[in-house]
Design a protein. Sequence first.
Length: 127
Amino acid sequence: MKATTLDMELEHRAARPVARPSAPPVVGRSWALRVAAVLAVAGAPAAALAGRAAADYAGEVPQVLLFSPVAAVGLVTGVVAGGRLVRWFDDRRHPPAVDVEEADLDSEGRRLLAQVRARRRARGEVC
């Protein structure tokens, strides 16, 4: 049997050692750093202009309006609403397990379940 050129080429390629990477390439981190750098460079002039405009406008607003009780109530409402929104997203990402029977758990599982219940009671959730 006579080997063809294609067979010889395949044997030659198979005989070469394949260089394997020692660690997986970190693509996501460098991409995230590039995006952060671009946003910082692009956002710096916009932030400077917005700050200058806010400073110019703040001189025209009476001080009574800046520190009024309505502004304080709005700030507290925003913080409370933000906290509830974060908790809502957390509950959607990690829904409570309803199909686990406590009798089916071993001692480690019962200990972990007690910890979870204590944390939920501390947050004010109904267990």
